[in-house]
Write a protein that binds this ligand. Structure first.
Ligand SMILES: Cc1cc2nc3c(=O)[nH]c(=O)nc-3n(C[C@H](O)[C@H](O)[C@H](O)COP(=O)(O)O)c2cc1C
Length: 153
């Protein structure tokens, strides 16, 4: 049975909502899906996650939401190899914040890449200025992501 880990970074629940909405799309393809709401480095590497989806919103000035700090600092400080990991990334942000738009999602993408992980496809960036409910954009994106990368087993 294939497994998928969804890692969530959220303040107000929008990114968690995205995770919950896309979970059945993977289950329909035969995946066992776990949503990590308080993710840690152990959740990512013990055992090594092979396929992950990150749903990451941004707070402060391009910062990770508090619930994601443990995982982000764990990767940055302990420097594990993530060569086994293929992932997709959905970043939630608001373009009215200018230069820090989707800053946490972009920083995470760079961090994962630095540690050898392979992103499948492009990053999705959902702009709260344009899309009221992030799910509306994320669900069709994930449907396409599954198809494009042959994840439908
Ligand atoms: C205090 C605060 C700071 C924010 N800072 C940024 C930012 O720097 N860049 C950005 O793109 N969005 C920023 N946002 C917008 C959120 O990322 C966006 O509203 C997102 O959809 C929230 O997702 P959530 O419901 O998962 O927390 C900020 C929002 C708040 C309330």
């Amino acid at each position: 049975m294939s497994t998928l880990n969804i890692f969530v970074a959220t303040m107000y629940g929008g990114a968690l909502d995205v995770a919950e909405q896309v979970k059945p799309l993977f289950e329909d393809c035969g995946y066992t899906v776990t949503i990590h709401e308080q993710p840690t480095l152990e959740d990512l590497i013990e055992p090594p996650t092979k396929l992950a989806l990150f749903c990451v919103s941004t707070t402060g000035s391009g910062d990770y939401p508090g619930n994601f700090a443990s995982l982000a600092s764990g990767i940055a400080e302990k420097g594990p190899s993530l060569a086994h990991l293929r992932y997709g990334l959905i970043a939630l942000g608001d373009s009215s914040y200018g230069d820090t738009f989707c800053g946490a999602g972009r920083a995470l993408d760079a961090l994962l890449n630095e540690h050898g992980a392979e992103r499948l496809g492009e990053r999705l960036e959902v702009d709260a200025m344009e899309t009221f409910m992030a799910d509306d954009e994320a669900v069709p994106w994930v449907e396409e992501w599954i198809k494009e990368h042959g994840l439908n087993n």
